[in-house]
Design a protein around this ligand. Structure first.
Ligand code: SF4
Length: 80
């Protein structure tokens, strides 16, 4: 049986509380896919885990892995 669970950060995630800039259908689809099921695969979730809440842009999408890569690259560059 497939197990579903909601992201632990849904209570204070800007995307979850107000998915601005999306059609209602798109927002619902992304929430169903990421926030209410596969949240470990969400770019926001991964970024927040690695960088902390304040380093994730409010308008970043759950599937925006290019932006996640850029954020993580910036972190690595400053760590050198
Ligand atoms: S967008 Fe990502 S971090 Fe935010 S509630 Fe959904 S799964 Fe969690």
């Amino acid at each position: 049986m497939e197990r579903h669970s909601e992201c632990k950060w849904s209570g204070d995630c800007p995307f979850f509380s107000d998915p601005r800039g999306f059609s209602p259908d798109m927002g619902k689809r992304l929430m169903k896919r990421y926030c209410r099921n596969d949240y470990h695969a969400c770019a926001r979730y991964i970024g927040r885990t690695a960088l902390g809440t304040g380093n994730i842009p409010h308008d970043m999408l759950p599937g925006d892995f290019e932006r996640l890569e850029s954020l993580l690259g910036s972190l690595l560059a400053t760590a050198r």
